[in-house]
Design a protein around this ligand. Structure first.
Ligand code: AFP
Length: 301
């Protein structure tokens, strides 16, 4: 079943369905950009983004695809992307939606041809809102296959791009299984005590290490195989590295819908109201068992 037929069959509100389909089309454009770099050879070209982090040519390209497309289509009122330092407000929008986008997560892996993705969250209005108020979240993974994983609050569903560039249903109602994978970010020497104790307990229980450097790809693996991803707060950076709006909230919404949890170690991230678009948060995302464990470790003296 095609994504557009699926959205109709699930009774998705018309304007939201139109936006989701549009985003799928933009992802196809992003994918074309990857192929273009095969000819120009500039996939690994680097600049710096507004946070002083290395930025690949394709980061900027993907950001441009989504922003210019959304400006032209006027399907949303507010746009915030990881590459921009302010919220863009569209003149005369057709809808009041707000959208948050990490245009190319894991982009430092592009030059070595590993899996990267686009992460998107959709709000009914302004984007400086708690994650639990999102009406839809999706991510597109550009791997051996291009897949789109979506929730509109009625389960988590995965689609795969076919030879015509159409997204076709691959798996419906995905639920996170139990599994023994852990994907731990940050350096062990900088771990805070409760986090260090929790990691030791996972290792003692036989969890296998899987950390690629692409949050979206690592969480996708956990959605299908179980376990936990963490990028914790650590010595010198107690708020961690990953961003609340662009990374934590949309992926958290999807994992939550799939029966898992997302936490900052103490509380559900989806309940936090952001103060600014570039807020960062420690992240623990995955199975209920593992997230409950870290919250217990964090409460202990
Ligand atoms: P890039 O998009 O700049 O490659 O950053 C990726 C990321 O935000 C996230 O996808 C990874 O889990 C994390 O950074 C990796 O960070 P380290 O390089 O510190 O391991």
């Amino acid at each position: 079943m095609l994504l557009k037929d699926f959205l109709i069959a699930k009774g998705t509100e018309k304007k939201l369905a139109e936006l989701i389909l549009f985003l799928g089309e933009q992802a196809r454009e992003v994918k074309k950009g990857f192929l273009a770099t095969v000819k120009t050879g500039n996939a690994g070209e680097k600049t710096r983004n507004i946070y002083g982090e290395e930025q690949m040519a394709l980061d900027k390209y993907s950001d441009g695809v989504f922003i210019s497309g959304l400006k032209k289509a006027r399907l949303v009122r507010f746009i915030a992307t990881e590459e921009q330092d302010r919220i863009i407000e569209i003149n005369n929008p057709k809808n009041n939606f707000g959208i948050v986008i990490d245009p190319l997560d894991g982009s430092s892996l592009i030059d070595v041809n590993l899996c990267v993705g686009t992460i998107i969250g959709i709000y009914p209005g302004h984007v400086l809102d708690a994650g639990r108020n999102m009406i839809a979240a999706l991510y597109i993974l550009y791997g051996p296959l291009t897949t789109l994983t979506l929730t509109t609050g009625k389960g988590v569903h995965e689609f795969v791009m076919d030879g015509n560039g159409e997204f076709v249903l691959r798996q419906e109602n995905i639920k996170i299984p139990e599994g023994k994978i852990y994907a731990p970010g940050a350096l062990r020497k900088d771990y805070l005590p409760a986090h260090a104790r929790w990691i030791e307990s996972l290792e003692a229980a036989g969890y296998k290490l899987r950390f690629s450097g692409s949050f979206v790809a690592d969480v996708h693996q956990i959605l299908h195989k179980g376990g936990v991803f963490t990028y914790p707060g650590f010595k010198g950076k107690e708020k961690g590295k990953l961003r609340l709006l662009f990374e934590a909230n949309p992926m958290g919404k999807i994992i939550h819908e799939a029966g898992g949890m997302i936490s900052n170690g103490k509380a559900d991230i989806l309940g936090i109201t952001p103060q600014a678009i570039n807020d960062r948060t420690p992240i623990y995302i995955g199975g209920k068992k593992e997230i409950t464990q870290i919250e217990t470790f964090m409460c202990e003296p």
